[in-house]
Design a binder for this molecule. Structure first.
Ligand code: MLT
Length: 241
């Protein structure tokens, strides 16, 4: 059986060292962008348009778009809603196109656009993502959004969970120390993930803004059934046979 490589990139700032145009990139931003994106498509969103800057999001709002936007966790004053998964309800998103801008997640999605494919990963869509990745029969780069270029725990432990599951299939192999370290972190903490996340900086950032009510949801497997992919500037649900 042909085997494909897995690499884990802990920060968008390191992506030039990992970029492989033949790879499928999984962008992960557990607290909260990729958890929110998966939730939006589970609730029937038509498309999500990531924009890098506050100005682009503001222009979209002025032109009549629905905008979800935050910086440092807090909703931007012109936005329709912020970045908690609970904002992406059927009432808010069903059949709609959402312009989206977050502190780390949206630019991380955009930076991988020249790779073979860009998928959105979270615990919310873990199993359907795993099955979709296996079907792509390609190398995989798991790209963590981190925090303003720095490492974060929540994205890394997800990368470990996904890498561990992929390696189990025998279709993948890795010589990437960050992937191996992430698997170890996952296996050390998988039986009490919340205890690990309670230590992380983003937990404190969200808690200090009374935004930590989404954390248990963001750590729950398989609440969503879609694989969002980034194609021609828009995030849309992948067609799954
Ligand atoms: C991000 O995209 O940087 C994070 O998800 C920020 C947040 O939602 O708090």
């Amino acid at each position: 059986m042909e085997q494909y490589s897995i690499e884990v990139c802990y920060s968008p700032d390191l992506f030039p060292l990992y970029e492989n145009k033949e790879a499928v990139v999984v962008v992960v931003d557990i607290l909260r962008a990729t958890s929110s994106i998966c939730t939006a498509f589970e609730n029937g969103a038509h498309a999500i348009i990531p924009v890098k800057t506050r100005r682009e999001a503001m222009n979209a709002k002025e032109n009549g778009s629905i905008v979800a936007a935050e910086r440092n966790g807090l909703i931007l004053d012109f936005a329709d809603f912020g970045n908690s998964p609970s904002n992406f309800t059927k009432e808010n998103v069903l059949g709609k196109e959402i312009v989206y801008s977050t502190t780390n997640g949206t630019k991380t999605v955009q930076m991988a656009e020249e790779c073979k494919a860009v998928a959105i990963g979270s615990f919310c869509n873990f199993t359907v993502l795993l099955q979709w990745l296996i079907a792509q029969k390609s190398p995989i780069t798991i790209l963590c959004a981190g925090w303003k270029g720095k490492y974060n725990i929540e994205d890394s432990v997800f990368a470990g969970a996904l890498t561990d599951a992929l390696l189990t299939t025998q279709q993948y192999t890795t010589m990437c120390d960050s992937a191996i370290a992430a698997v170890d972190m996952w296996n050390t903490h998988k039986h009490n993930l919340r205890a690990l996340i309670n230590k992380c900086a983003q937990h404190e950032r969200l808690r200090s803004n009374n935004l930590d009510d989404c954390i248990d949801y963001c750590l729950t497997f398989d609440t969503c059934s879609k694989v969002p992919v980034y194609v021609a500037g828009k995030i849309v649900p992948a067609k799954i046979n």
